[in-house]
Unconditional design. Structure first.
Length: 66
């Protein structure tokens, strides 16, 4: 079974709200294009990892007055 066939099979078994999310994601990826310099980094972080990085950045911007 090809990846395309497997994807179609999975989509057929997926609730409509999830299919809509997948479709929205696909449109965003296609709009970004493969040539964008940051495209290779899209989606590599989990939500938890991204939150941890954002927290670290926020903390590093604070000034210690002592």
């Amino acid at each position: 079974m090809t990846n395309r066939e497997q994807l179609i099979q999975e989509i057929e078994e997926t609730p409509d709200d999830i299919v809509q999310l997948l479709l929205d994601y696909l449109h965003r990826v296609k709009a970004t294009g493969k040539d964008h310099p940051l495209a290779k980094f899209a989606g590599i972080l989990s939500d938890a990892e991204a939150a941890e990085i954002k927290k670290s950045i926020a903390e590093s911007r604070q000034v210690d007055t002592n």
